[in-house]
Design a binder for this molecule. Sequence first.
Ligand SMILES: Cc1cc2nc3c(=O)[nH]c(=O)nc-3n(C[C@H](O)[C@H](O)[C@H](O)COP(=O)(O)OP(=O)(O)OC[C@H]3O[C@@H](n4cnc5c(N)ncnc54)[C@H](O)[C@@H]3O)c2cc1C
Length: 295
Amino acid sequence: MPKFKFACPMSIAEVMETLSQSQEEVAFISGGTDLVIQLNSGQIKPAWLIDLSQIAELNYIKEVEGRLRIGSATTFTQISESSLIWEKARCLGQAASQVGSTQIRNRATLGGNIAKASPAGDSLPALLVLEAWVSILGPQGLRRVSFAQLQAGDGAGLQAKELITEVDFPSWQSQIETQIVSGFAKVGSRSTVTIARLNMAVKVEMDLGIGKIRGARWAVGALGRTPFRLEELELELQGKTMNQDLAQEIADRLTEAVDRAIPGRSSQEYKRQAIQGLGYDLLNDLFSEQMGVGR
Ligand SMILES: Cc1cc2nc3c(=O)[nH]c(=O)nc-3n(C[C@H](O)[C@H](O)[C@H](O)COP(=O)(O)OP(=O)(O)OC[C@H]3O[C@@H](n4cnc5c(N)ncnc54)[C@H](O)[C@@H]3O)c2cc1C
């Protein structure tokens, strides 16, 4: 492992102070589940490592004025054990509970998952459908950017010495006339401790009065450089009734998404099948009654 200087700040202000004093290359370490591998392999050789794991200000899950706010150093264990998350953002709770193993979830953080920006990062499709925003503190001050823009890059991507401080999104909650449901599913090469070969998150708003879909957000990961939303499918779903026929239409659209994303790739045929299975799993989970599946 290369040599580096190590800082263990106790507050965000101390992080900023360390950053302002260093002209050298700096890397943040939160859970270390990705970073330590990169250090060991010599892939990165920062002069400074700044440990974020002792900063209480970066570790919380709370609801404030209609938005859920999650500190960037919150671990996937904490997210998967939060009743607030399961109640208001079930897809993120499901994604968190399927990251790696217990040991990985105890260390791995939401901020690290976003910064690593792996095409297969499990929280990422969930953040897309939840319409999350990310707060980032850097040498130029604080900026807030939608997660979709952040991962698209185009000038809004994470820059050197920028610290992700918080992720927030609307506190999605069913109302008398509107039911909001969300879910996440993934498939990997093994049943546990597996990086997704495909993952998927869905959020659907149902009009209970007429039993039709009012709006839907559908995102897939591990099909391109970054996870992406299936906006055409989302539009098509508006005003439809959830049933087996619609599930078949959705499965066809998902297969088309694979064909568009990875034409000719050796994994194309596998992913064409797998995405249909994931789609059905999610629909059966969220709409068991309409799909004629017993819970
Ligand atoms: C065995 C194993 C299994 C895994 N399984 C999964 C899985 O199933 N699903 C999945 O999505 N991932 C998985 N991962 C990857 C990894 O655990 C996640 O990406 C995790 O969320 C990274 O978080 P971390 O806190 O450990 O990040 P770190 O390793 O500490 O950091 C990762 C990167 O993010 C940067 N960073 C960290 N925090 C911040 C911040 N607040 N602001 C700015 N930059 C920051 C670091 O500088 C570094 O570049 C697995 C990894 C291993 C080793």
